[in-house]
Design a protein around this ligand. Sequence first.
Ligand code: FEO
Length: 169
Amino acid sequence: MEKKLEKAMNAQLTNEFYSAYLYLSMAAYFEFEGLTGFSHWMKMQHQEEFLHVRKFFDFINDRGSKIELDAIKKPQSTFTSIEDVFNKTLEHEVGVTKKINDLYALARELNDNSCCVFLQWFINEQVEEEKVTNDVLSRLKYAGNEPAGILMVDKELGARAAPSLTPEA
Ligand code: FEO
C-alpha cells in the first residue's frame, strides 16, 4: 500500500479500537444504572468493534504493510440519560461513516482496488450501524419516560445475539 494510505488505514484501525472502548464505557454506565439489557447491547457493540479492528489488522498485514498501533483516547464516561447515550452513539457512528468514506475516496484516488473492495464491506456495515442505533432511539421515543416502557426496551436489547467471533464473517 502507498504510505499515505497505510497511515490512514492504521489510523482507522485505532479509530475502531476507540469505538470498542467507547461502547465498553457506555456498557459500564448502564451497568451502574442497573440496566443490564442496555449494558448487554453495548457489550455486543463493543465485541463487534473488536472484529472491525481485526479486519483492518488482517488486511493491512495481508497487504505486506506495517501495522502501527496508536494510543486510544479516553472515552466519555458520564452520560445524562439513556437517550443521551444513544444520541452519542449515533453521532459517533455518523462520524465513523464519514471516516470510512474519506478512506474509500483516498483508496480510489490512489487506484488501490483491493483496498476499495475491502472498504466496501465497511461502507455497507455503516448503513447497518446507523440503522440499529436509530431503531433503539425510536423505541426509546415510544417508551417515553415510563419505567414499564424502558424496562421492556431493556429486556429486548438484552436479547441481542453475539456477533460472530471470526472477522471473516
Ligand atoms: Fe466500526 Fe461502529 O463501526
